[in-house]
Design a protein. Structure first.
Length: 244
């Protein structure tokens, strides 16, 4: 029933555009947008953008399409594609210039969007956005940071430690030399030592850390962990006061 209503709404939107000026169709699109009928809004804006490319409102319609895809439908591919279309077809217009800047900042926008989704407890949406960022822009400097955040979400939000380890290990394999690489190596050892109680694997990962990053700021913490792996807190002089 919902699909039939959606199809009917789209058909009505298309017919409502017949005989109306681009300005009137844009107003219809804005009304749909205000009523959170995003598919209908999209159809209205597309009529102006695709059927009236030389109209003064065409670039505005294209920008609205991009923002509907990106802000409401989470369709990053089509949103990014539309921004590029605006830059190519309206390079000197206000929306063309704005789109060019948004394309430049797109990986950072994705990262911020993922953080917002995480704060709103939309964990799956956050991970999906981060994965898109990493896969679409693997050479961007923020990609390794995004991959690290995926690991952090799996560890702290979902408590899925196997996926957390896999995510951190992906940083080591795919982003060697990044700032996040030694931190990821540390976190793998930390999870084995302090969450999974796997002393053997913890020692392997911590020793690997010391071999690869002997002068890193986390080195003292790694050495401390290695000294006391598997020991009861009462057997660690530096921590004994916590239980006394």
């Amino acid at each position: 029933m919902k699909i039939k209503l959606l199809i009917l709404g789209i058909v009505l939107t298309l017919f409502s555009g017949c005989g109306k000026s681009p300005k009137e169709v844009m107003q219809i699109g804005q009304e749909h947008l205000l009523n959170e009928k995003y598919d209908f809004a999209l159809e209205s804006f597309q009529i102006v953008f695709e059927k009236h490319p030389h109209d003064p409102l065409a670039d505005s319609a294209g920008y609205q399409i991009a923002r509907v895809y990106l802000d409401y439908l989470n369709d990053y591919d089509n949103g990014y594609k539309t921004l590029n279309s605006l830059v190519n077809n309206y390079p000197d217009s206000d929306y063309g210039i704005r789109s060019r800047e948004e394309i430049r900042q797109f990986p950072n926008w994705l990262f911020t969007t993922a953080e917002t989704k995480r704060n709103a407890k939309d964990i799956n949406g956050s991970i999906k956005t981060l994965n898109y960022l990493v896969n679409k822009f693997p050479s961007h400097e923020i990609a390794s940071k995004a991959q690290y955040l995926i690991g952090d979400i799996y560890m702290n939000d979902q408590r899925n430690f196997d996926l957390a380890i896999d995510s951190y290990r992906k940083i080591i394999n795919d982003f060697p030399g990044s700032k996040q690489e030694p931190h990821a190596q540390f976190m793998i050892g930390y999870i084995y030592a302090n969450v999974l109680d796997d002393s053997e694997n913890a020692q392997v990962e911590y020793n690997l850390f010391l071999q690869k990053y002997p002068d890193h700021e986390l080195t003292p913490s790694v050495k401390f962990e290695l000294d006391f792996i598997g020991k009861d807190i009462n057997d660690i002089p530096q921590l004994k006061h916590i239980t006394s």
